[in-house]
Write a protein that binds this ligand. Structure first.
Ligand SMILES: *[C@@H]1O[C@H](CO)[C@@H](O)[C@H](O)[C@H]1NC(C)=O
Ligand SMILES: *[C@@H]1O[C@H](CO)[C@@H](O)[C@H](O)[C@H]1NC(C)=O
Ligand SMILES: *[C@@H]1O[C@H](CO)[C@@H](O)[C@H](O)[C@H]1NC(C)=O
Length: 647
């Protein structure tokens, strides 16, 4: 059995390997794809100039040029070697051309001469894509920087006052006092680390395992994002090209499906929570705008804080050869597009580098509105089921239609050229991957599962569930297998027929969503204690609570770590592992303060204002100072915790 597996793997490796690959000595003939001159050693005196740019190799008839062309024809697994990305010290490397002419002309002549000398190739500058840094250049601080600084300081002061108030004067029960208490870091910390599902409703308590699933998915999503840096400024571009031929890395490359777990959970939680709420409160069409506004209020402040930071202070943090192309591009795009993000429609607008991963947040918002509309406008379970079925059908048809009419890939192809720039120009990413309606299918399955699990609540202990156990255990390997199936799209020189792509593009989401649903259902039905034990582990809870912040921050962390490099990196397996670990650590270290200082206070502020509007007695009663009662007080106040957990 083992040898067979090895044989199959070897065959797959071979199928990947034989076609269109260059051996080391041939590869060494290609002109350098990346090059970085010393940045600090360049900007020494007034007038010094450093430029990072794209250059294009011009058509020629040399044998080397044919080789480059042939090798670059397969953009799925190869860089486009006719396009190179260099950072040159114009005033040193290109001094002889930079006398009277403009930078563009100097670079044009300089790279042509350099490549002509080394490789007998002609080249020119790609004029829309170059970033120069002058000696002593500093981005001036403008009004928006100061405004954002004032807002951030105010937030920080609120947290300081809130904490002091909590520590020393917490007996006062006025509105102002309760308002300040929302900002108490001590209380928020307790909320962060408290066990989940301690609220009064046992139905919500059973959702504990979702924390584990969410936390793991977030950690895996960051794993999927972390190698993006491997495609920019690498000293050994052959390595990232080789990873496509390694089975292990194929799991990562096809891991883009994993975000469907979030959509499924989101749909599930929405349906389940609405049904639980409807026991106490009538759900009518008025609930819809309320729900949308609440969700917007809950998600937007922390999002706005992060966009504000990216649009203003981020650009002052550092500098380097890659700082402008990697970070300033995002800054400029965020200054232009921030409102699209705050309205949650940015996933319908292309070509923006501003928080590229936020497409999920917008998609989830759009789908939540659809989900809420289904539950608020359709009252009976029957009409709801029909509406969910229609949504499901739309979710199945749209990806297939996009693939068919726009001739797209069936899944997002993580190609070296596209990945380095966060896919902003990739038609599959723009039309199929990031839109709301193309991700409807898993969301609809989540909604259906929510209704089902709500109906099945209390029947966990029925006999005969043993026969489902195998099915439950199968969900993980089958899910993994579905992910691996995407390998076929990376086989060199093998175009998958359109018909297969059309079917695959919608079927893969449905099948993967079915696995996730099976996993959630099995865990909630207590089919197996090992998996449930893992998912319900206490440690996931805090990680899961900060996952919204972590999701918003992680790509920025990746960008900054990349832009911090002053020279080309040599990628290796261990480099990738270390890179991932450090990005993970930094992301969560920043997410915790983001949650403590912004997200959690805002969530409580909203709750407080709603209570204030209803003139209800506050849940919070602080008399006893013993730690136990305080924990109790916090968790009572937090009974709707699972409801308001996003991402
Ligand atoms: C690499 O391939 C070229 C052409 O196929 C061949 O001439 C050369 O000997 C090969 N080099 C090595 C080290 O195998
Ligand atoms: C700059 O212009 C002057 C006068 O037009 C000319 O003599 C000189 O050769 C030019 N230098 C370069 C580097 O082109
Ligand atoms: C590039 O340099 C070569 C050699 O100096 C020259 O013959 C050719 O015209 C140049 N090409 C361009 C586009 O400037």
């Amino acid at each position: 059995m083992k040898t067979e597996i090895i044989l199959v793997l070897a065959a797959v490796q071979l199928a990947y390997g034989v076609i269109n690959r260059l051996n080391e000595s041939e590869y060494a003939r290609l002109p350098p794809l990346f090059r970085l001159d010393d940045f600090d050693g360049c900007l020494l005196a007034p007038g010094d100039k450093y430029c990072y740019f794209d250059g294009k190799i011009l058509d020629g008839d040399s044998e080397l040029h044919t080789l480059i062309k042939e090798y670059s024809a397969n953009l799925r697994t190869h860089f486009d070697h006719t396009l190179f990305h260099w950072g040159l010290c114009v005033t040193q490397t290109c001094r002889q051309y930079y006398g009277n002419s403009t930078v563009e002309d100097a670079l044009d002549a300089c790279i042509n001469a350099t490549l002509y000398k080394s490789h007998q190739l002609q080249a020119k500058l790609v004029r829309q894509n170059f970033f120069c840094t002058d000696f002593g250049e500093a981005d001036p601080y403008d009004t928006s920087d100061y405004v954002v600084a004032v807002v951030f300081l105010t937030l920080l002061m609120l947290n300081v006052f809130g904490t002091i108030h909590d520590l020393f004067f917490q007996t006062n029960k006025s509105f102002l006092s309760r308002l300040l208490l929302c900002f108490s870091v001590r209380r928020n910390w307790k909320k962060l680390v408290m066990p989940s599902g301690e609220g009064p409703d046992p139905k919500l308590k059973s959702l504990k395992c979702l924390h584990g699933l969410k936390a793991m998915t977030a950690v895996l999503v960051i794993l999927g994002h972390s190698p993006l840096t491997a495609f920019i400024a690498v000293g050994n571009p052959r390595y990232p090209e080789e990873i496509y031929h390694k089975v292990f890395y194929q799991v990562l490359l096809n891991g883009t499906q994993i975000v469907q777990i979030f959509f499924t959970i989101s749909g599930f939680l929405l349906a389940y929570n609405i049904l639980v709420t409807s026991e106490k409160q009538r759900i009518s069409w008025q609930t819809l705008p309320q729900g949308v506004i609440l969700r917007w209020l809950r998600l937007t402040p922390v999002y706005a804080v992060i966009i504000a930071f990216i649009s203003t202070w981020l650009r002052h943090l550092s500098s380097g050869p890659l700082w402008k192309p990697a970070v300033n591009t995002e800054v400029l795009d965020c200054r232009r597009d921030w409102w699209l993000h705050l309205l949650y429609i940015d996933n319908y607008v292309d070509l923006s580098q501003c928080i590229p991963q936020s497409w999920y947040i917008s998609g989830d918002m759009q789908l939540s509105i659809i989900g809420m509309a289904i539950f608020c406008l359709c009252q009976g379970p029957r009409s709801r089921k029909i509406a969910i079925a229609i949504a499901f059908a739309i979710g199945l048809i749209t990806p297939a239609a996009h693939t068919f009419f726009q001739n797209l890939h069936a899944v997002l192809i993580v190609s070296p050229e596209m990945a380095g720039y966060f896919f902003v120009e990739d038609p599959t990413y723009n039309n199929l991957y990031k839109r709301g309606h193309t991700n409807l299918v898993c969301y609809a399955m989540g909604l259906a599962l929510g209704m089902l699990m709500y109906d099945l609540y209390g029947q966990e202990d029925t006999k005969g569930k043993k026969k489902y156990r195998l099915l439950f255990w199968a969900t993980v390997p089958v899910g993994l297998g579905l992910i691996m199936l995407g390998m076929m799209f990376y086989i060199d020189d093998f175009e998958i027929p359109l018909f297969v792509r059309v079917v695959y593009s919608s079927a893969i989401k449905m099948c993967f969503g079915a696995c996730v649903c099976g996993m959630i259902a099995g865990t909630l039905m207590k089919l197996d204690s090992v998996v449930r034990g893992i998912l319900e582990w206490q440690g996931w809870t805090a990680i899961s609570r900060v996952s919204y912040c972590a999701y918003l921050i992680n790509v920025c962390v990746i960008r900054c770590s990349l832009a911090g490099y002053n020279s080309l990196q040599h990628i290796s397996f261990f480099h990738m592992i270390l890179n991932y670990c450090s990005i993970l650590a930094v992301t969560y270290m920043l997410s915790a303060p983001c949650w403590l200082l912004v997200e959690s206070p805002v969530a409580q502020l909203i709750k407080l204002c709603l209570e204030g509007g209803n003139h209800k007695k506050p849940d919070v009663t602080v008399k006893d100072d013993s730690p136990k009662s305080k924990d109790q007080e916090i968790s009572n106040n937090d009974k709707t915790e699972v409801v308001t957990t996003y991402l």
